[in-house]
Design a binder for this molecule. Sequence first.
Ligand code: GLY
Length: 344
Amino acid sequence: MKTVTVRASKTYDILIGSNLLASLGVEAKKLGKAKKVCIVSETNVWPLYGIAAQESLEAAGFDTVTFVFPAGEASKNGITYLELLNFLAESQLTRSDLIVALGGGVVGDLAGFAAASYLRGIRFIQVPTTLLAAVDSSVGGKTAIDLPAGKNLAGAFCQPSLVLCDTDTLNTLSRDVFRDGCAEVIKYGILYDPDLFRHLEVRGPDFHREAVITRCVELKRDVVMEDEFDTGARMKLNLGHTIGHGVEAKSNFSVSHGKAVAIGTAIVSRASGCCDAERILSVLRQFDLPTDTEYSASDLYRYTLSDKKRSGGTVSLIIPEKIGLCHIVPTPVEQLLFFIEAGL
Ligand code: GLY
């Protein structure tokens, strides 16, 4: 097992390894005080890992209650959020109790936002069961729900008290969901780590799971410690995301997040004239991720502008210069259309 410690507004450990779900109760107990735990999960994950999580918590002496909602991004909304808050209140969770978010990014974001706001904040544990959640969304305290006007428009920064990443849970991921997470793993290589990128080039999807997840988490830990509230360095984690969100939105979310990020990454790599663009495109293809889109530059431009990361008249694009070196480039919206055209 590997341990990565985050020292941000809260200090917490990220545990990464095989068969860790069995230790959830013991690890939760170390956080002290709580009597009751609400396990929040969704309908795909709960049948696979719910009972193991519950048994581990109960064996450690916790009372448990469970809130399981329909799987999918469509559930990450105000209705499910309020249902969860009501459930927490009816279950009489107190300020010293705990929420466990058992699932992928949707579960983590929704349960995290409920934890951030219920009783003005209670502690929560992230138990990511997708690669994307393991390397990205479970770390760093971004929590949110979607609004009809867009993705993640209501939320809070709220760090978890523990992240427990059992790498065995990744064995049941569909190929598609696994590939989605790979887009984020490749992102870390492009942003910060030529050795990680080379490992991905050599091994492809058969990369060393525990080592790669740990490296990505370390990289994210460093960024979160430098810029917890996303006003500077953390914005680099949006490599491929700004235009990727345009792809997602234009497809009405039928193109998954990871694939949209892959397309966004390919577009910025080509448009910026990055000297390693061919290597980036080739590694994306090696992971069977898309590098092209049928959407026009003007469609992408329109949907990209509705992204929440727009600030006044500029959009911050993350531009790769070479593998391991990327820059935040505030781009006037008038230039964005030409940039996207150049990258298609
Ligand atoms: N997922 C990007 C971030 O945590 O900042």
